[in-house]
Design a protein around this ligand. Structure first.
Ligand SMILES: NC(=O)c1ccc[n+]([C@@H]2O[C@H](COP(=O)([O-])OP(=O)(O)OC[C@H]3O[C@@H](n4cnc5c(N)ncnc54)[C@H](O)[C@@H]3O)[C@@H](O)[C@H]2O)c1
Length: 263
């Protein structure tokens, strides 16, 4: 049978925040397309959960504990992948957090937490992955941004700042490394029913109207924000990432998978 044009057979991928949610779905999509996938996450337990899902798909994997805010930790993560697998073809810099607060009530700590993980974390990952990829003369970096990186949302000025930052940084780095066989793109998920949205501590719980259940709030937000009226899935994100991992001439872009919400 002819190999699919979206085959990642023989490639080594690294996914941060790959133990659950969107990162976990993306990691499994990469594995289904043929890649061996290393899972890095904030706790070793989460990383191991993600890695087990990859080996269950018949691909090689490894679990690495990382705190993307810390340069030593990110550097050690990159070195560990190269030591065990010899290269990094695809880097999915996906780890991120959200919190809610209007600009006047937002504490400096909340601002710093979100910017440190979502923006500084992606910068540190790119910084340490690019040296490896330059030597290979090949690499695909995909940074998770958001529709909140294309449009501002009230109560999320810090989160939007981090994700607008990811998109700008992605475009700048893409130009720096364009002659080295490395592409750098941003993925902009719309609304995905992970822990970030679901449950009482997720956005749909926090944005519920008085007396409204979390489930009803989740349904309402899909209708408010998404022209298609239904949430995206981690697998939808995985499809886009597999495409970006295969595309040689798409770089510096911020690609939304959001059911028609944004430009
Ligand atoms: N869920 C959505 O609707 C949505 C929409 C747009 C963008 N996003 C983005 O997608 C990415 C994944 O989010 P998700 O919805 O899967 O949420 P999630 O909370 O399920 O997953 C986030 C992952 O990041 C990891 N992480 C957090 N802090 C870390 C740190 N300091 N070091 C290493 N790992 C850390 C977590 O352990 C977790 O595995 C995030 O960047 C988020 O901003 C999500």
């Amino acid at each position: 049978m002819a190999q699919s044009q979206f085959s990642l057979e023989g490639q080594i991928a690294l996914v941060t925040g790959g133990g659950r949610g969107i990162g976990n779905g993306i990691a499994q999509s990469l594995a289904r397309a043929g890649a061996d996938v290393v899972i890095a996450d904030y706790t070793l337990e989460l990383a191991e959960t993600g890695a087990q899902a990859i080996t269950a798909l018949g691909r090689r994997s490894a679990a690495i504990q990382v705190d993307v805010r810390k340069e030593d930790s990110v550097k050690a993560m990159v070195e560990a992948v190269v030591k065990q697998f010899g290269r990094i073809d695809i880097a999915m810099n996906n780890a991120g957090i959200v919190s809610l607060g209007g600009v006047e009530e937002l504490s400096v700590e909340m601002w710093d937490d979100v910017l440190d993980i979502n923006l500084r974390g992606v910068f540190l990952c790119c910084k340490h992955q690019i040296g490896v990829m330059r030597k290979q003369k090949y690499g695909r970096i995909i940074n998770t941004a958001s529709i909140a990186g294309k449009v501002g949302f009230p109560g999320l000025c810090h989160y939007s700042a981090s994700k607008f930052g990811v998109i700008g940084m992605t475009n700048a780095i893409a130009k720096e490394v364009a002659k080295d066989g490395i592409t750098v793109n941003a993925l902009c998920p719309g609304i995905v029913g992970t822990g970030m949205w679901r449950g009482e501590t997720g956005l749909s719980g926090k944005w519920a109207l008085p007396g409204e259940s979390e489930e009803a709030s989740w349904e309402r937000h899909q209708q408010i924000f998404l022209p298609q009226g239904e949430a995206q899935t981690p697998e939808d994100m995985g499809q886009m990432v597999v495409y970006l991992a295969c595309a040689p001439h798409v770089t510096g872009q911020a690609l939304a998978v959001d059911g028609g919400f944004s430009l």
